[in-house]
Design a protein around this ligand. Structure first.
Ligand code: BMP
Length: 255
């Protein structure tokens, strides 16, 4: 089963379009052994409201991919959710392939990559290994922070059409052409979500981070065309993660 189908099934069985970014602040060495317990407690509280968990360097660096993180991934999958690795893969093809192979070996269902590195000797080997192992690739298309304008928001001369094109429009078209399983567009830029949705239709799902801590609004992002919301600090930094997750879950149900 492809990652796209698995994601649709997780969405259906959990009745949720919410993805938790399981991120926590930096901890000095003396406190690092608290992180795994913290992550497990948040997972336990929040799992009824989310269809997938996104893991970033916040956990792989202090816990180790094949130690604490693999344990978390097993737990995530055991609760009927999918695990997405936010590696923002961004290197030459051979390196990209090996990065993906390690994360897939740790049990991740999908990996996030950066289309700026291009196809040939860039992301092609990553897509090849992902398809072979039935895992997903999600491409950054317009990030949620202000500086995204300097890269994803530039106007370029599109190499294929020879026309002036916004960089993110070119990336959305590449997501279709390359067979990506999803794209990331910030919830902070709902107008960009709508524009990308026009290009992708129902073929490639839009994943929108930036709700809450970065100022994006959940309902606005969904109405603009996001399929999934990615939310981190608003939930993970809260004294009551389950309450915040449930409130977000309720706010986008039926939108
Ligand atoms: P938060 O809700 O705490 O702002 O977390 C958002 C998460 O999504 C972080 O892990 C961040 O690295 C990631 N992210 C993002 O915020 N914007 C993007 O454009 C792409 C991301 O992966």
């Amino acid at each position: 089963m492809s990652f796209k189908t698995k994601m649709q099934e997780a969405e259906k069985s959990k009745n949720s379009r919410l993805i938790l970014a399981l991120d926590f602040p930096f901890e000095a060495a003396v406190n690092r052994d608290r992180i795994l317990g913290k992550a497990q407690r948040v997972l336990k509280a929040v799992h009824p409201y989310v269809c997938a968990i996104k893991i970033n360097h916040h956990l792989t660096l202090p816990l180790g991919t094949f130690d604490g993180v693999q344990e978390l991934v097993e737990r995530i999958r055991g609760e009927g959710m999918l695990a997405i690795m936010d590696a923002k893969v961004n290197d030459i093809g051979n390196t990209n392939k090996i990065i993906a192979e390690y994360y897939f070996a740790a049990g991740f269902d999908a990996i996030i990559a950066n289309p700026f590195v291009g196809w040939e000797e860039g992301l092609q080997p990553l897509f090849d290994v992902s398809k072979r192992l039935n895992r997903g690739v999600i491409l950054l298309t317009y990030m949620s922070h202000k500086g995204a304008l300097e890269g994803y928001g530039q106007t370029i001369i599109d190499q294929e059409t020879n026309q002036q094109t916004p960089q993110y429009v070119s990336f959305a078209r590449k997501a279709l052409k390359w067979g990506a399983d999803g794209v990331v567009v910030g919830a902070t830029v709902p107008e960009k979500i709508s524009e990308v949705k026009q290009i992708l239709g129902e073929k490639v799902a839009i994943y929108a981070p930036g709700v809450g801590a970065q100022g994006g609004a959940a309902e606005t992002a969904i109405k603009a065309g996001a399929r999934y919301l990615i939310v981190g600090r608003e939930i993970t930094n809260s004294d009551d993660p389950a309450l915040i997750a449930r409130t977000l879950y309720d706010s986008i149900k039926g939108v």
